[in-house]
Design a protein. Structure first.
Length: 169
């Protein structure tokens, strides 16, 4: 085995071990990172979700089917001039036969800051939605170094795709 081949194998195993460490000990997000994530998610649901109005309150909703059964629901509620709230909940799956399991809930002020203390449960739901919302370069961050973007940035970068992220249901 050549020295170059040995270095390549060592580098690949180092990356794999680092990824395993990140799975076993994921980094925790700060309140600022949760706020940024929540604002972008609310924007995406508002832009691409199914919309309806009830008694002066506006709702937007996107739902995803889950591999293990059930649905992940992202919903924005807005009372014009009063409040805007985002909820991410799971219906079915491990919560079958019970009420919806709430993964995230927050209310926003006019400037997009959290009003009060947001509620969240860290989990795979966050990673799955972050992969949809983050630029592709960030999604491959375990391998690629920061540099000039070669593909258009996703929602976190300020640009919005010209097509819906997925079909709302």
């Amino acid at each position: 085995m050549s020295v170059v081949e040995f270095k390549r194998l060592f580098q690949e195993w180092r990356i794999r071990l680092e990824r395993a460490r990140q799975v076993l000990q994921p980094p925790t997000w700060s309140v600022e990172e949760w706020n940024r994530f929540a604002r972008v998610l609310a924007f995406a649901v508002h832009r691409h979700g199914t919309h309806w109005e009830t008694g002066g309150t506006h709702f937007w909703d996107i739902r995803w089917e889950l591999h293990d059964g059930g649905r992940l629901i992202c919903q924005v509620e807005e009372v014009p001039g009063e409040k805007r709230a985002l909820v991410v909940a799971q219906q079915g799956g491990f919560s079958e036969g019970h009420e919806n399991y709430t993964w995230f809930y927050a209310e926003f002020g006019e400037g997009g800051e959290f009003l009060g203390q947001p509620y969240w449960v860290d989990g795979n739901w966050k990673d799955a939605l972050a992969m949809i919302l983050l630029p592709q370069q960030m999604a491959a961050g375990f391998y690629l170094a920061d540099g000039p973007a070669t593909v258009p940035n996703g929602l976190m970068g300020g640009e919005v795709p010209s097509r819906p992220l997925l079909a709302g249901g």
